[in-house]
Design a protein around this ligand. Structure first.
Ligand code: PMP
Length: 394
């Protein structure tokens, strides 16, 4: 599907979209056009070029907002999911924390949704609590309920696991947390671009994601936050653009979202991201999701039949990724052998070491899907694996 839009896919099989997606020509050409014809700094100059760049930048914000069911003031441009989560930790959570208060995450989080909370706990004396998972890779719901306590100041949970592919029932979980007055941040790095996300319908307090995993450029990400939170939050970084008035005695802050966007932003990144959103909207997220579901079912069946191949986890609902081990073969050997056949997969701990420890595998191979993958890609992967298993038999 849509393969011809992606210049880098004209050769080889790309099964590493969980790490980053390839970019369609529409996005590449839009960035090129910006630098050729439209480049200027935003929110500053009065000349036409600068006014136009400002309009493009703010239009990108509007488009992203509409795409996820938010309004423009609730969209903060960041470097990526990692920065969005760090911003939430510093600007939202830290001022709330008293020693002994709790931050709740799950056992299937990416390091980006673990480490910022650990550092926050070190700074404040708060305690990091972890929702356990079962062997299938689903959250332990009774344990989750029990861990939402009067001391929980925030639940930070992934929407889709980058290793297991688990799609967490985040809407239900957010509702449960809200019954106890607990705000929720969702790590949507693997979700936006794979499934329709409506932050308003989910009622998420914060929703973090990255442009580069949804067919946009690297270096641009989003933190969605409810207005009522953003208005109260302290700035994250400081400098130009985020201020209203500066004197040596006192400085006041710009309105949201600008309060959180210090310095010259990644203007080209936002314009490229808006083009990626347009690209997804043209196909339709229902279609994107249905097409991936079909390839995913095919992949599960096909890989499931390979002798010696063990898929990690079997979640109730899966999207994006299948992570596996294969006989005695080391994941890095598997990835190298596949690379020789022009098939790109990822090997390692996938930035989720606690999760890998849970399954007692230090490393594994992951194939992950993008909207350009078809069944023929899965066939090529499945055809290559038995030979690799035999080659590395101990
Ligand atoms: N969370 C999840 C679930 C991810 O898959 C990733 C990227 N692998 C991140 C967070 C971090 O995203 P980024 O590197 O774009 O900041």
């Amino acid at each position: 599907m849509n393969r011809e839009d992606f210049p880098l896919l004209w050769e080889g099989v790309y099964l590493d979209s969980g790490a980053t997606s390839q970019k369609p020509l529409q996005v590449i050409e839009r960035i090129d056009r910006y630098y050729r014809n439209e480049n200027a700094n935003v929110h500053r100059g009065v000349y036409e070029l600068s006014a136009k760049a400002t309009v493009l930048y703010e239009e990108a914000r509007e488009r992203v907002a509409r795409f996820i069911g938010a309004v423009r003031d609730e969209i903060i441009f960041t470097r990526g999911t990692t920065e969005s989560i760090n911003m939430t930790a510093f600007s939202f959570a830290e001022p709330l924390m008293q020693p002994g208060d709790e931050i709740l995450i799950s056992h299937m989080e990416h390091h980006a949704n673990i480490v910022p909370w650990q550092l926050l706990c070190e700074r404040t004396g708060a305690v990091l609590k972890v929702i356990p998972i079962d062997r299938n890779g689903n959250l332990d719901r009774p344990a989750l309920s029990a861990l939402l306590t009067g001391r929980t100041r925030l639940l930070a949970l992934t929407h889709i696991s980058n290793v297991l592919g688990t799609v967490n029932p985040v809407k239900e979980i957010i509702a449960e947390a809200h019954e106890k007055g607990i705000p929720v941040l969702i790590d949507g790095a693997q979700a936006v671009g794979r499934t329709k996300v409506d932050v308003n319908d989910l009622d998420a307090d914060f929703y973090a994601f990255s442009g580069h995993k949804m067919y946009g450029p690297t270096g641009i990400g989003i933190l969605y936050g409810k207005k009522k939170h953003l208005e109260k939050m302290r700035p994250y970084q400081s400098g130009g653009d985020m201020i209203l008035r500066v004197t040596f005695e006192k400085t006041t802050w710009n309105e949201i979202p600008h309060k959180f966007e210090a310095g010259t932003p990644n203007i080209a990144g936002t314009i490229g991201l808006a083009e990626a959103v347009r690209y997804l909207e043209r196909i339709g997220m229902d279609e994107v999701e249905a097409a991936e579901d079909e390839v995913m079912s095919y992949a599960l069946e096909k890989l499931g039949r390979i002798e010696g191949l063990e898929i990690i986890g079997s979640p109730d609902r899966r999207s994006g990724a299948i992570t596996f081990t294969l006989g005695d073969a080391h994941p890095h050997d598997i990835a190298h052998e596949l690379a020789r056949k022009n098939i790109a997969v990822r090997a390692g701990h996938h930035c989720a070491q606690p999760l890998m420890n849970f399954y007692k595998v230090p490393a594994a191979t992951r194939m992950s899907l993008g909207l350009y993958n078809g069944k023929e890609d899965i066939d090529k992967l499945a055809d290559a694996l038995p030979e690799i298993r035999e080659k590395f038999k101990l």
